[in-house]
Design a protein around this ligand. Structure first.
Ligand SMILES: *Cc1c(COP(=O)(O)O)cnc(C)c1O
Length: 403
């Protein structure tokens, strides 16, 4: 997945353009910047690549989620439905606004189970936030139908699935809003950065203002601009945007390489009796940044994960016991441990995560191993890894499961 595997001339050139002018800020200083507008250029190019009308670049994927929610008018006490398997940024971005995260089960897509979403809707629900984890996607048609029926906003977190598609549309462009991360380990990176895309003009205006202290960005005198509403600072710096602009130019090459490597892994593991694959909703195409497999039981998945490590295969994730990506590890969220007072709305409305039943999620996550697909390997190396993984896993299954 990581774009940092492929830093080169292009990144250096764009960064040097910025350093030579010395204008590290994305706004203003028109006379000094030698015509370089890295953040703006990124936004134009990215909106086109994502077949969306608007793109707002921000300082991280987490801030992209916060800005997206805020620009859709979501605030204190509004409920946002999110999955149990995701990155901690999901609930952080919601709670930042005083809004209430409502965690619901995933299914064999490893993303939101539409039936669980529908069951969680209350009069306070405003938004459904599917997270396209580990390169694959949620059942967007089913979620869109639920959102239409209940008049909810559909916000796609595509931070881990940039370049994947659903029914021919880029992931992130299907919902009302889509969010991306360009942190250091994502498919393309800015160092730190994120983006919001939307076709909704008002949301785009709101996002533009919210991420820069409410500035209206009208005219070319920053000091004279008005502030139609409150905003904060989630701006990206011109230096980070410069790295991202270079990486964006390589996105399709990265995706092609990932697909090639993923396919070799998948073919190798398809030969192993007892290994099955995550379900990709019909009409969807992954971005191939991970190969996600199921073992027959939780116990076998743990043994297979251990065997992969012992065989020297790095980059295999067992999320069920990984404290960043699954609810089991989120003690700070379950117990609402915060440095200061937690907003009353959250305290009053939040489900009790210590007693909530997520056995349906446990059943899938316990059996899941995600295998990172890197771009930098040679073809021989990928083939060797595929063969080693197949051997390590079938060794466990033969011994323990008489397959
Ligand atoms: C990385 C990531 C984020 C947050 O992005 P940052 O840029 O690290 O803040 C949000 N959601 C998902 C699914 C991610 O993987």
């Amino acid at each position: 997945m990581p774009g940092f595997e492929a830093f080169g001339e292009e990144e250096r050139k764009h960064v040097n353009d910025v350093l030579e002018s010395g204008v590290l800020m994305r706004y203003g200083f028109d006379g000094m910047r030698n015509g370089h507008w890295k953040a703006k250029d990124f936004e134009t190019t990215f909106a086109q690549r994502m077949q969306s009308e608007h793109c707002q670049l921000v300082s991280s994927g987490t801030s992209a989620l916060t800005v997206a929610l805020a620009s859709a008018g979501i605030g204190a006490g509004d409920e946002v439905i999110m999955p149990t398997f995701t990155f901690v940024a999901s609930f952080e971005s919601i709670m930042m606004l005083g809004a209430v995260p409502v965690l619901v089960d995933i299914d064999d897509t490893l993303t939101l189970d539409p039936a669980a979403v529908e069951a969680a809707i209350t009069s306070k629900t405003r938004c459904v936030m599917p997270v396209h984890m580990c390169g694959s996607l949620a059942d967007l048609d089913a979620l869109q139908a639920i959102c239409n029926k209940h008049n909810l906003i559909l916000l796609e977190d595509a931070c881990q699935a940039i370049g994947g598609t659903y029914k021919g549309k880029p992931l992130g462009s299907y919902g009302d809003l889509g969010c991306f991360s360009f942190d250091y380990v994502k498919t393309i990176t800015c160092g730190e950065g994120g983006a919001v895309i939307t076709n909704n003009k008002q949301y785009a205006i709101n996002a533009d203002q919210y991420q820069d202290h409410g500035h209206d960005h009208v005219g070319n005198d920053r000091g004279a601009e008005t502030h139609p509403t409150l905003g904060y600072n989630f701006r990206i710096s011109e230096l980070n945007a410069a790295v991202g602009l270079a990486q964006l130019g390589k996105l399709d090459t990265f995706l092609a390489k990932q697909k090639e490597h993923y396919t070799i892994f998948r073919n190798a593991l398809s030969e192993v009796n007892g290994v099955t694959f995550r379900r990709v909703p019909e009409g969807g195409e992954e971005n191939y940044s991970f190969l996600n497999i199921f073992l027959p039981t939780t116990e076998l998945a743990q043994k297979a994960h251990k065997a992969l490590g012992e065989a020297g295969i790095d980059g295999c994730f067992y999320w069920y016991t990984n404290n960043w990506h699954y609810i089991n590890g989120w003690e700070h969220l379950k117990d609402l441990k915060s440095l200061g007072n937690v907003p009353t709305e959250i305290r009053n409305q939040m489900q009790d995560l210590n007693t909530a039943d997520f056995s349906a999620s446990d059943a899938w996550m316990g059996r899941t191993i995600s295998i990172l697909v890197k771009m930098g390997w040679s073809k021989e190396e990928v083939q060797q890894r595929g063969a080693t993984m197949a051997e390590a896993i079938s060794g466990v299954l033969k011994k323990e499961y008489s397959l």
